[in-house]
Design a protein around this ligand. Structure first.
Ligand code: PLP
Length: 264
């Protein structure tokens, strides 16, 4: 069975983070060991608290996983502080981890920072982890924050500057924040024409866990030996079905999770 290791935060409301990654991997027939970076206390109204598990616990979880299993891909989500970044970086080097997909989570959709001192954490992630990743998947606000570009400036220029500043191999900029009935994500690579992936916009407030689901579904595709373009295409289709289901059978009155199912 393919294995995707998720290194991410726990979301006690069950919609995003580690919980979204496990549901995605299970629905796609992939085994998902998890190293929890932070525990969050949250619900659709907001994040009440987020706490880093600490260097020791971070390191011990990663050791326990990678001493016993060689993953086919790794998904990295919430990075609560620069120390967590450094522990993950050391581990990635020690175990020579491959097929790393980074979802650079900065804050929850409901509000509330998930990356501690955002600039320090982002700087460490950009310097140490981005060059190791096969793919980084920011949404548009994350792209502007990470690249230092002004909000509303040219997306393509911001993407290319992030790629060259941080040696990013592939950058998938998610277009969900652009208005319109079609959502287009764009894959930027150095020296290549951008590739676009479009899907119909699902009109719903139940989008909690969208970024986590997409990045872990892409990691599942890579773990199954698919090329990056096919992995992204399939992951978008998976996400669309989970969004439709979350809209049809809401768990919370609003701002609830997507719903993954085995048949996906
Ligand atoms: N990871 C954790 C632990 C979270 O709590 C959240 C959002 O609340 C995210 C990641 C990002 O969620 P999304 O996939 O909705 O961007």
């Amino acid at each position: 069975m393919p294995v995707v290791v998720s290194i991410a935060g726990s979301d006690c409301s069950g919609g995003a983070g580690i919980q979204a990654d496990i549901k995605t991997c299970s629905a796609l027939g992939v085994y998902c060991p998890t190293a929890v970076t932070a525990v969050t206390a949250q619900n659709p109204r907001g994040v009440k608290a987020a706490e880093y598990v600490g260097d020791r616990m971070m390191r011990l979880q990663l050791r326990a996983i990678f001493d016993s299993i060689t993953p086919d891909a790794v998904k990295i989500g919430m990075l609560p502080c620069a120390d967590a970044v450094r522990v993950i970086y050391d581990t990635a080097a020690e175990y020579d981890l491959k097929n790393i997909v980074i979802d650079p989570v900065l804050s929850a959709t409901s509000g509330g920072s998930l990356s501690g001192e955002t600039e320090t954490t982002s700087d460490a992630a950009k310097k140490l982890l981005f060059p190791l990743a096969v793919l980084v998947t920011p949404n548009i606000p994350e792209l502007f924050r990470l690249s230092g570009a002004d909000t509303g400036s040219d997306i393509s220029a911001a993407s290319m500057s992030l790629i060259s500043d941080c040696s990013v191999k592939n950058l998938l900029v998610k277009g969900g924040h652009i208005e319109g009935c079609i959502c287009t994500d764009t894959l930027y690579r150095q020296g290549m024409t951008p590739a676009t992936f479009s899907s119909p916009r699902i009109a719903t407030t139940h989008t909690h866990g969208t970024g986590c689901t997409l990045s872990s579904a892409i990691a599942c595709g890579l773990a199954n030996g698919h090329d990056l373009i096919s992995a992204i295409k399939n992951a978008k289709e998976f996400l669309e079905r989970a969004l439709r289901r979350g809209k049809e059978k809401p768990v919370f009155p609003s701002d609830g999770p997507l719903l993954h199912r085995q048949s996906d």
